[in-house]
Design a protein around this ligand. Structure first.
Ligand SMILES: [Zn+2]
Length: 307
């Protein structure tokens, strides 16, 4: 089973274990993209990280994770809503070669000006919470390393992450030590320290390929079969870009009839690529005439590139 997020809790309530495994959703997201392999791998890891962290947000809205770079990769951004709907995009610097064995640091931080940005974006219609943005230097050799150091510094939560991606799957495992709550039945600090050290060690035995190959329950059983865990119902994760033909049509309409006719004089149809998911939309002369026939105006959908 893929495209699922699953949460488990250690029976003593000291530690949360979360697993995500994306298959179809991940391939859907990449269907119209052709990122270099080393870049797609970083994106896939950031995608699973976003699902794991968004699932813990207590309000309706979205989590946006951005890796901003000063090297061949300018930006990798993933948005995951609190109902686990994802979209993501990458922006590469023109004219800069992307090495096949490129790493997080060589692709995004060769000059040390890379940044990791976390945005919590509450849904204004459902909550009056303010958006929050955290910015930290791009420290760490892996996406998981960057996030762990952010969580330690900004959230003051002991969090361990294991992330993996290939062209078929994007998956991740998160361990988080939960704060103590007064009054509830819980274990003492020394015992909680020991539990955290033990489960962290167990989780760290996971191999990159195993993380990609195993389902959530298989993975958790393989690592924690001796632990007493409570499992929650899995949640579905989907890839969703809000682009559609109507929105793209509205964007073309805002260019004006003259500009559209100019574009059509040079080609048979206009191809518009959604600049988030890369999905192509084609408008030929008849489609374009239809855009202006009803005379309706509407707002633009981003700034897609026209070919
Ligand atoms: Zn799109």
């Amino acid at each position: 089973m893929t495209d699922l997020f699953k949460k488990y809790l250690l029976a003593d309530h000291s530690t949360r274990v979360q697993v995500v495994k994306l298959g179809h959703a991940w391939r859907t997201g990449m269907a119209h993209q052709s990122y270099p392999e080393s870049v797609e791998k970083l994106l896939g890891e950031l995608v699973s990280a976003a699902v794991l962290l968004a699932s813990n947000i207590k309000f309706d809205g979205a989590l946006v994770l951005q890796l901003q770079g000063d090297g061949p990769v300018a930006l990798i951004v993933v948005e995951c809503t609190t109902d686990l709907s994802i979209r993501a995009t990458v922006s590469l610097r023109e004219g800069q070669e992307i090495p096949e064995d490129g790493t997080l640091q060589s692709l995004l931080n060769p000059n040390g000006n890379g940044r990791f940005i976390v945005v919590l974006d509450p849904d204004r219609e459902k909550t009056n919470m303010q958006p929050y943005q955290g910015v930290v230097p791009l420290e760490g050799n892996t996406v998981a390393g960057v996030l762990e150091s952010y969580m330690r510094g900004s959230e003051q939560l002991d969090t361990r992450l294991w992330l993996a991606s290939n062209p078929e799957y994007s998956s991740g495992l998160l361990l988080q030590r939960l704060p103590r709550h007064g009054g509830s039945a819980h274990v003492d600090d020394a015992s909680a320290d020991e539990t955290w050290a033990r489960v962290s060690h167990l989780a760290s035995t996971i191999k990159y390929d195993e993380l990609l190959a195993l389902d959530a329950d298989e993975l958790v059983h393989r690592l924690f079969w001796q632990e007493d865990l409570v499992a929650y119902e899995p949640q579905e994760v989907r890839w969703h870009c809000p682009c559609n033909r109507e929105r793209v049509g509205n964007m073309l309409r805002t260019l004006g009839r003259e500009e559209i006719e100019d574009l059509l004089s040079e080609r048979e149809s206009i191809e518009v690529l959604c600049n988030f998911c890369g999905k192509p939309y084609h408008f030929d002369a008849v489609d374009c005439a239809g855009l202006f026939a009803d005379g309706a105006g509407a707002s633009a959908e981003g700034k897609p590139s026209i070919h």
